[in-house]
Design a protein around this ligand. Structure first.
Ligand code: CUA
Length: 308
């Protein structure tokens, strides 16, 4: 028989479960109370003779205040509690292990910053906060690991993030939780949580393809991006060193934070958010680079930050 409840293997699991059981208890309590009272009053105030007429009652201030204030307080508890769990789930800690995820019909592709690539399997160390930066090559998918109580849409043309901190080594089922075509049912995999030392061994055991950033650096040169984006401020494009995380002023006077989504858009649709002081001369790379290559380029630009 399958277990009734998924394993509890992340820091968020017990918080989500506590809220869930509270909601379940509140629902059960009021369902029983109301059903019980219906039966009780139906019997107590049943018609005893054919010509009996019920008493006419007007108002009942105490009763009305009670059935207004009590549910109000209960819903406020649910709201505040739910919001605190929601914020904790949507705000990753400052220090995270970042991993890129690309969903496609019908598989999960993972890219570690050190260069390891995986399909339908994700290896992570126990006890560390992991942040996934996710996108899709085709349709909407949804990354779902029940044991972590982690679930987030994976959307084409956009980066979404989700984070979790595994608490127990083991192998946990991964699902796609958004109907995405014929073989949606087969879009599953596993998250393998390992001891930190085992994880290090696993990391170094992979094929030596070089880091994601170095792959991006090579691609950056292959696509001749470096002819315009030079580091000496003499190029026709903005200097990329130290750019990630900054706020840039655009041609139309708006500002934009340089994050993964901004870099992605600027590669695919350079004119969309043109930096002030530059000409719209950059060609689009739509169709020329895959989602994986975009991630390499993004990671390369991010790495220019750290080298300063
Ligand atoms: Cu991907 Cu369902």
């Amino acid at each position: 028989m399958p277990p009734l409840f998924p394993a509890s293997a992340s820091t968020m699991a017990s918080r989500v479960d506590a809220l869930y059981f509270f909601l379940l208890a509140v629902s059960a309590f009021f369902s029983l109370l109301i059903a019980g009272l219906i039966v009780f009053y139906a019997v107590k105030y049943r018609r005893r003779s054919p010509d009996a007429i019920g008493a006419n009652i007007h108002g009942g201030l105490a009763l009305e205040l009670t059935w207004t204030i009590v549910p109000f307080l209960i819903t406020m508890v649910i709201f505040v509690w739910g919001a605190s769990v929601f914020f904790a789930m949507s705000r990753p800690p400052d220090e995270t292990l970042n991993i890129y995820v690309v969903g496609k019909q019908w598989m999960w592709k993972f890219q570690h910053l050190d260069g390891q690539r995986e399909i339908n399997e994700l290896h992570v160390p126990v006890g560390r906060a992991v942040k996934l930066i996710m996108t899709s090559e085709d349709v909407i998918h949804d990354f779902f690991v029940p044991a972590f109580r982690t679930k987030a849409d994976v959307i084409p043309g956009r980066y979404t993030t989700v984070w979790f901190q595994p608490t127990k080594p083991g192998r946990y089922q991964l699902f796609c939780a958004e109907y995405c075509g014929t073989r949606h049912y087969g879009m599953t995999g596993a998250v393998i949580v390992m001891d930190p030392t085992e994880y290090q061994t696993w990391l170094s055991g992979g094929r030596q393809e070089g880091s994601l950033a170095s792959a991006g650096e090579k691609l950056f040169a292959d696509l001749a991006c470096n002819t315009c984006h030079r580091s000496d401020a003499q190029g026709r494009g903005p200097v990329l060193n130290g750019l990630f995380g900054k706020t840039v002023t655009l041609q139309n006077g708006d500002t934009s934070v340089v994050d993964e989504a901004y870099l992605r858009e600027s590669i695919l649709n350079p004119a969309a958010k043109l930096t002030a002081g530059f000409q719209p001369i950059m060609p689009t790379f739509q169709g020329l680079v895959s989602e994986e290559q975009l991630l390499e380029l993004v990671e390369y630009v991010k790495s220019l930050q750290e080298r300063q």
